[in-house]
Each structure stands twice: as C-alpha cells, then as structure tokens.
Design a protein around this ligand. Sequence first.
Ligand code: HDE
Length: 713
Amino acid sequence: MESNAEEKKTGNGNEEFLTTNQGVRVDHTDDSLKAGTSGPVAMEDFHFREKLMHFDHERIPERVVHARGSGAYGHFRVFDNSMVRYTKAKFLTDPSLSTDVFVRFSTVVGFRGSADTVRDVRGFATKFYTVDGNFDLVGNNMPVFFIQDAIKFPDLVHAIKPEPAHEMPQASAAHDNFWDFISMMPESMHMIMWVLSDRALPRSYAMMEGFGVHTFRLINDEGKATFVKFHWKPILGMHSLVWDEVQKIAGFDPDFNRRDLWERIEEGNPVEFDLGVQLVDEDQEHAFTFDLLDATKIIPEELVPVKIIGRMTLDRNPENFFAETEQAAFHPGHIVPGIDFTNDPLLQGRLFSYLDTQINRFGSANFSEVPVNRPRAVVANNQRDGFMRQTVNKGNINYFPNTLGGGNPHPASFSDGGFIHHRDRVEGVVSRSRTPGFKDFFTQAALFYNSLAPVEKKHLLAAFHFELGKVNSMEVRQNMVAMITNVDLDLAKQVAKGIGIGEPDGMIKVKGVDYEAIEQLSVEWKDRKKVTQSPALSMENTIKDNIRTRKVAILVEDGYNQTELLEMIDFLKQEGAKPVIISKIHGMRKSSDNNEIKTDKTYITTASVVYDALYIPGGSHIEKLIQHGNAIHFINETFRHCKAIGATSEGVNLLRSSQIKGINLDESGNITNSEGVVTISETSGLEKFKEEFKTAIAMHRHWVREEKENVPA
Ligand code: HDE
C-alpha cells in the first residue's frame, strides 16, 4: 500500500483522479471558469491558471549542439582484472562489478526535432554510475575532431548551424558558411574525410563505433600514468545506409535511428558494445609522427592495437524522454580516480563548457540531483541550496573544517579513494601558440582516404559533390579544391570535375599551413612509427557473419505459398532477423491453400528504405504483385540500394519481369544468383536457398550493383 501512495505522489500514471499540483482533486477540466457561459474568465480559476502556467514553462533550452538525441540504460562489466596494472578505477578492474550506465546517442547539427539520418557526426555519450562516482565518456562515432583548440568551437558551430539570416539549411553542412569556414581551416581536413564517409550515415546506433577522441590518462594504484584512447566496438559490426536512402528516410521516418534503438530494446535485443583501450606508456609519448594531444589525429590500430576489456549492454528504455534523455547532463570533467585528463587543448576547453552549458539548460547548479544524473556513489559535501534543491540536508554543519560535525565530511587520501590530479610537470612561457607536432594537417586525412575500399572512396567523392555543389560561392568551391589537393590530388581533380571548377594540376599551397615546419618535422621524425594504410579504418572490413536484428521485408498478397512463407519466417527468426509482411492493404492475406497471415505494413505505411533485405515467396500472388507499381518500385529500390533480395518458386518470375531492372540473367533468361540476388525455382531445396540468402543479408550491401545506375529508385 505504501508503494502505491509513493506512486501517486510521483505521477506514474496509475492515479485514479485528476488533481492540481497541490493534490486537490479537479471536478472539470474542459471549460475554464467564466462569468455565465460566455463571459470573461474568472481570475480565481486556479486550476486554469496553474495548468497554463506549467504548460508555458514546459521547455528547457535544447543543447546548443547534439540537440537531437536518444538514450538507453544498461550496464557495463570488465572481462577480467588485467587493467589493474594501469588503473585504479574499480569499474575497469573488478569483473565482479556490474556498473549501471546511461547512454545518449545524438546527431550534432540539427535542432531537437530534426531528422535522424542526416549526414553528421554522431554523439556517443556514456554515463557510468561507478562505485567511485560518475564517469562520463562523452565521445563521438568518429575518432577525431574538426579543430585542435576549443577556442574555435563557437566559430565552427556558428558556421555549420543554419545560416543566421534565414535559418537554413536544417541539420546539414551543405551550405556556404560551413565550407567557407572549412576552406580556411586546414586542421579540419582529417575530420572532413570522416564526415563525408559512410560513417556519417549509420544504419543503427547499434552498428557504429564510438571513440573518446582525446588521449586520456589511466592512473594505477602507485600513481603511475599510462596514456589511453577509449573505443567502443559494436558487436553487430559497423554498417551504414546509402545516401539516396538516408534522404528518403529523413522524410519517411525522421525518427529512424531513435525508433531503431527503442524497438531493439523493447523487442529484447540488447544493444552491445565492447570497450577497447589503446594504451601508450608515458615514455612512448614521442614515438609517433603526430602529437598524442592533438584531437585531429588517431593512433592507428596497426601501431597500437585496441585491447578489448569489457562489454556494455543497453537493455532498458527510459520511461520518460524529457525526464531522462533530455535532462541527462554529460560532462568530460565527470571523472573518477584511476582516470585523468591530458593537456589536449580541446579537452581542456570542454572541461569549462559542459558545466557552463548545464546552467543555461537547467537554470540551476542542482542538475546533478535529477534522477538520471544522480551518482549511485554517496554524495557528501557542503554545497547547499540553489534553485530547485531536492536534497534536504540534515544537521547544522555546512562548512569545513569543523569540529561540531566531527570534522566530516573530510577529504579522502589517495588510498581512501580520493581523486588526486596527476602530477604532470608543466613549464613554458604563457603564449597563444601550438607545438610543431600539431601542424601536419594532411597526412592522416590521406591515411584515412587511402585505407578506404574503392566503393567507400566513391561515396566520399559523391559526398563532396553534394556538399560543395550546394555552395553558391565559386570562390569557396575553388578554395576547397585547393585544400583537397593537399590530401590527394586525384581526389581533388575528381571533386573539381563534379562541381564546375577547373581541375588542379598539382598540389596547391593553402593559407594556415606551415609547410616548412611540416617538412622539417618529417625529417626529424623520419624514424618514428608510422603506417600508410590502416585496414581498421575501412567499414568493409567489419563483421559480416550474421543477420541478427536485420529487418527483412516480405511481399505478400492473396494466393501466396504458405509452406514457403512459414518456413522462411521461421528461419529468419531463428537467425535473429525480423521478418515484416508487406501487402497492399492491412488485414489478413489468404494463402493458396486457405491459410492466413496478417499484414504488418502496407506500401502506404512503409517503404523499402527502412529494411535491410527483401524476400518474395512463391504462389499465385505473384500475378497481383506484377501488376502493382508500388511493389515493383519497392523491388527496384531495394536493388538500387544494394540490399539482399531473395525469391522462391513463382517469386522468381516476379524478379524476371521486365519491370524489374538490373538483375543478372543468363542466356536462357534465368537469374544467375549473383550480386546478392538469391533465387530458387522450386519449394524443395529451400535449405540451400536459406543459407545463401542469409550470407547475402549478412554482407549488408552488394556494392557492385551501384554501377547499374539505370535502375530506378
Ligand atoms: Fe561537445 N558539447 N564540445 N564535443 N559534445 C556539448 O554540452 C563542446 C566535442 C559531445 O548527449 C555541449 O550538454 C566544446 C568533442 C557530445 O548530452 C557543450 C567542444 C566531442 C555531446 C559542448 C566540444 C564532443 C556534446 C552542448 C570543443 C567528442 C552531447 C550540450 C572543445 C569527443 C552529450 C551539452 C549529450 C555536447 C561543448 C567538442 C562530444 C556546449 C566547447 C571533441 C557527445 O557543452
């Protein structure tokens, strides 16, 4: 009974009667209190005034960046105690501890209501509620950043956000201001290559990597430091959408990634990532041809392998979007003993910005008392009061030192688990400058480009054509082409060709680059570790061995073959995929032998772009499907987007119809099972078909089909 009373107080939706915020039951909420039936509203209508007042104040400022996001709860556990050598953080060393987490994934540029599938960096912010206090790993799905020093962040964000005169375009970098800024910002070229790659179009938040970006420090029990880069590796592998698809999804289902995350968890498919670390001894700080403190650089995995140390499982959706996801307040300065900062100037700047921004959003320093932000560890200090203070601090002592409170709470020593800042030796003259090691802006941009598969390079070129093709200023286009010559001349030529700029015939020096210093360093650092290829950077080398959580569209009309359909549905479910029945209208579809199956979606309520693969079962329903333009479009579009297509018995006839384009046929007009199109002409032999279809879906995309540009979509 007591818990019911508690629920009533907290508004969990189980209440019987409507009340005011003071708990007074309300007898009528459809009409305001008036003089007569058409007179003015009475001032004493406290229910009306309170309801409107609260509504008027429902919004808090959205995040200035990363406004659009989706959250989930879960837990994290390390696999063993192998990290004890490096860190005293218990959540990273004690495999018996399961640490609760809350993760918020986000886009960066768009406003709170913008579409999910735009080309953008994705935020990947994790709050670990550790036994030693909260640790926030506020990362992205790309391992580098646009700028090296936080002081430029406001300019970067102003340039990329919609232009101030007319507030266009929404959630897009494809406009003059952004590329004008970038054309003057050579240090951003590495990040630009990532943003124009397919990494910026994730199929799912469950299928992208995450990175802490900065080099941090781990501190062990003896106070010894080791440099560390944090990585999240998705268990399902890394997969992206294609450009034509993301634009259509943005209209068709702007909540695509949010819905995907929510549904996975509701359906009992936890979203899992392995946590990896790249560890570099302090005496190896200068072993590389870049500065570890430069956030525009990666440490190639081939130079320092990623050691997988634990797994995060997200398995619980928030119950109230505003209370939890919107009010989650992350801060790179939320750190625990065993982890520490470095002098990366981007990180240092963030340490100011995140607390400051919370004051703007919450209007109060008490944001850490909101349930999603509250540490699980004990909080004890003399900070008091302020707007919306929730804690009722007991006792009379709110200062330190004191004797009246027994001297408590008092500082903890290192051995008591107190956080002690790493004893970093610093010296130098105060200046606004950068170390020479930060000045090479192009080597890693080229490394990234050179490590991509041909199809990824092709997509990146198309992205340049789209982005720069939307820039009105020919001068800005020209400047960008000049910049790209510093990364790869051939790429620059191809970009130029697509955007109406004369092809450059050599590398063009650009402003803001100290070519002499770079040259000098390349001589000085010639014996340092480096790579010219990094296979880990290509998404083509990701996991492609399963079809778990893939959505498979199945086209069904009256007259379908029940045996085939049920067998395939069973198979797909067994493999962890999600079959969805699509028909012309809702309701039950009848099989040739008078069985029934329910339509999940119609061509009006869904589209090919939200599925990973397509299956067409046999039966006389094929005659109807051939006549149906929406079905034909669905198939052609699936083909154009390079997804697996399977068909059995009469279903194969549909794929052979002259309206379906691009499918490879042999001399007798039969489909050659190739390029992710898998068919079998009989119902018998389905076993072989199943395995081949599974392999085709697991491949995610069959890029060779992109050559067939004549297929309509
Ligand atoms: Fe952020 N960033 N950022 N950022 N950032 C914010 O904090 C900022 C940077 C990142 O889901 C803001 O609460 C500065 C790098 C994520 O709530 C703000 C600089 C990386 C999120 C802010 C950076 C990030 C934010 C806006 C330049 C990847 C969303 C609202 C030094 C490592 C967290 C807020 C969430 C949010 C400032 C650069 C990731 C204004 C000054 C680099 C994932 O404080």
